[in-house]
Write a protein that binds this ligand. Structure first.
Ligand code: PAF
Length: 282
């Protein structure tokens, strides 16, 4: 597999592609690839002649140094997984100094309030870090399409906003959440769960599904009260937030409107591991 590590490598690779007029799809990742990532890559392969997977643990999007320190991953394992897919995949795996030079800091963006709620409220600066690296990757790699999972739905909406604001010519392709058989949304962090806690993790999606059923007849606040109560009664989870928000603007809903789409968003700790998930409600 072709593994590029410098921006110069990417520029060379990119100019060759331009000569061949091949469409390029980008799947940005932080490594520790799982089936959810592989689905993004498969989709990118189906829609583009050439695919680039970036593997870069971006320090500026971690507001907690322990979280960065413990972030799982091994490039060799990731490459093995990518090799099982039969399409023209190239990997960009730079180190931190290649992407940031000596100034490891994030740009500041105005994401119109989308970045101050939910993940943004509990992880200050997180979306400035995401915006900084995604803008750099898109500017360097210049894909026709870039693929993002709906598990990080808030991130997906913010990246759409970023490409709109910065006029970056790329199509952002949202891809559905891939779940384990018990409903747990696939995530690199799942591998940090000890076995005894992993057994409990399906509770998040099961509770969101019950909330979705209630949303048909009840107010948003009774749905969030129900979910909050269920987590309070659970012996292993510590709920961080449950929010029902407009799927477009991500602003919390107070009164449901017929012409709007809503999602429930959740973050909870299971032991030391922070998990997030979301579900479309209508
Ligand atoms: O979703 C992720 O893995 C990361 O936030 C991303 C988009 C690769 C940016 O570092």
């Amino acid at each position: 597999m072709n593994v590029l590590t410098t921006k110069g490598d990417v520029l060379q690779f990119r100019s060759k592609l331009k000569e061949n007029k091949a469409d390029l799809g980008l799947v940005p990742t932080m490594g520790a690839l799982h089936e959810g990532h592989l689905e993004l890559v498969r989709r990118a392969c189906a829609e583009n002649e050439v695919v680039m997977v970036s593997v870069f643990v971006n320090p500026t999007q971690f507001n907690n140094p322990d979280d960065l320190e413990n972030y799982p991953g091994s490039l060799d394992e990731d490459l093995e997984k990518l090799k099982t897919l039969s399409c023209d995949i190239h990997v960009f795996a730079p180190d931190v100094s290649e992407m940031y030079g000596s100034d490891i800091s994030a740009r500041h963006y105005d994401f119109k309030g989308m970045d101050t709620v939910m993940e943004g409220a509990f992880r200050p600066g997180h979306f400035d870090g995401v915006g900084t690296i995604v803008e750099s990757l898109l500017g360097l790699i210049r894909p026709q399409r870039a693929y993002f999972g709906e598990k990080d739905y808030q991130q997906l909406q913010i990246i759409r906003q970023l490409t709109h604001q910065q006029k970056i010519p790329v199509e952002i392709i949202p891809c559905p959440i891939i779940r384990e058989p018990d409903g747990l949304a696939m995530s690199s962090r799942n591998r940090l769960l000890p076995k005894r806690l992993r057994k409990e993790a399906g509770f998040i999606f099961q509770t969101l599904q019950k909330g979705k059923t209630l949303f048909g007849t009840k107010s948003a606040s009774s749905v969030t009260d129900f979910i909050r109560g269920a987590f309070e009664d659970h012996p292993y989870f510590k709920l961080e937030y449950i929010e029902i928000a407009d799927s477009e603007t991500l602003q919390p809903v107070s009164r449901k409107r017929n012409n709007k789409k809503y999602r429930a968003f959740i973050a909870a700790y299971l032991g030391e591991v922070r998990l997030i998930d979301n579900i479309a409600l209508n």
